[in-house]
Design a binder for this molecule. Structure first.
Ligand code: SF4
Length: 247
């Protein structure tokens, strides 16, 4: 049976340079192939390295695929080790983007190193400086970006489409090839293809971000409950995947 075509979430805007013209069957690798053929070299995967499944697929589609990552300055050592391992294995140079040092110096100088624990506003301020603003710079030269977002990652991601228009970032195309995957399918693919993964997953982590804002969870818990565990669920996005962002 042929799966349904991928829905185009918004194909009637005034950004003709990034028209959505995909009509394939929706399998992750097919979505990626279309996106890479359509937009390379102005397309890249935004990785936090827990989505190495996509890097594996991209490496099989074309050798000049691009991957960028945001170094918040607060990542776990395991994440940096994995980044190097992935870079070696897939012969890809990770394009790292860093926060503006003036903004970090101002934040830590006035509020200390852990202001994000004091309020949602402070946490969003830190995420804005270390993630949201750097992401905007990383995307500024792209027509499309790829993410590892999945609908099963919690209530804030349950509505994502495989291909969307990203109005927050100038109407470029956002590709979420694993949108309909669940955790079990992802781990099966990782094991079958011997894909490197973050060792923190072996220690009970189910979602990995910055070290001071991530902790292991209990079996059966919401996979993102280990992120910013002191906040309510509806606040649990760092800002790089939501439409309205204020600090
Ligand atoms: S996840 Fe935590 S440390 Fe990382 S940018 Fe957000 S608030 Fe700051």
């Amino acid at each position: 049976m042929t799966p349904d075509p991928i829905p185009a979430s918004d194909n009637s805007t005034d950004q003709p340079q990034t028209a959505i013209d995909y009509h394939g069957n929706g399998e992750a690798e097919d979505v990626l192939r279309w996106a890479l053929d359509r937009f390379s070299p102005r397309i890249a995967l935004s990785t936090s390295f827990k989505d190495a499944v996509i890097i594996h697929m991209m490496s099989r589609i074309r050798p000049d695929f691009r991957v960028f990552a945001l170094d918040t300055g607060r990542l776990n050592e395991e994440t940096y080790e994995l980044a190097d391992e992935i870079s070696r294995r897939y012969h890809v140079q990770i394009e790292w983007t860093f926060p503006r040092h003036e903004a970090v110096e101002r934040l830590t100088g006035t509020k200390g190193m852990h202001s994000f624990r004091e309020s949602v506003e402070n946490r969003r301020e830190c995420c804005y400086i270390r993630k949201v603003e750097p992401l905007s710079r990383a995307l500024s030269g792209l027509d499309a970006w790829i993410t590892g977002l999945r609908r099963d990652q919690g209530s804030t991601r349950s509505e994502i489409q495989k291909i969307e228009r990203d109005q927050v970032h100038g109407g470029i195309i956002k590709v979420n090839p694993l949108a309909d995957w669940d955790t079990g399918r992802m781990w099966q693919y990782i094991r079958e293809n011997k894909i490197p993964y973050n060792r923190l997953f072996d220690k009970g982590y189910t979602s990995i971000g910055c070290a001071p804002c991530t902790r292991p969870v209990q079996p059966g818990d919401d996979p993102r409950s280990g992120r910013w565990w002191w906040e309510l669920d509806e606040h649990k996005e760092c800002g790089i995947h939501i439409r309205d962002w204020t600090i």
